[in-house]
Design a protein around this ligand. Structure first.
Ligand SMILES: [Zn+2]
Length: 105
């Protein structure tokens, strides 16, 4: 699946978001609770950052904090994955929640 290639400014935004979310999670993995340093954790997407999903849901949704978890690398990162084809209801609810947040509340 083709992954979106981040622009320089999107990369900067993603790094800043990773640091902020890592701090908010106290470095703990969303799934197993293990502490990871900023270098050893992943910022895992729920709805995957595939080009197709960005075109469908929009960059602001795919890269929204609600669509991302701080996780261990590897298996825990995979646990966050919400492929729309396999999880249509969860994805619809998440999409709606993010749209409401982007709408400003
Ligand atoms: Zn973990």
């Amino acid at each position: 699946m083709k992954t979106h290639v981040l622009t320089e400014s999107e990369k900067y935004d993603a790094i800043e978001k990773k640091y902020r979310m890592h701090k908010e999670a106290n470095g703990r993995c969303k799934h197993c609770g293990k502490y990871n340093s900023i270098y050893n954790c992943d910022l895992a997407h729920k709805i995957p950052a595939w080009q197709r999903n960005i075109e469908k849901y929009g960059y602001d949704v795919i890269y929204h904090e609600e669509n991302m978890d701080i996780t261990c690398k590897g298996k825990c990162n995979d646990l966050s994955n919400l492929n729309p084809a396999a999880h249509p209801i969860e994805v619809a609810l998440l999409y709606d929640k993010i749209l409401r947040k982007l709408g400003g509340d």
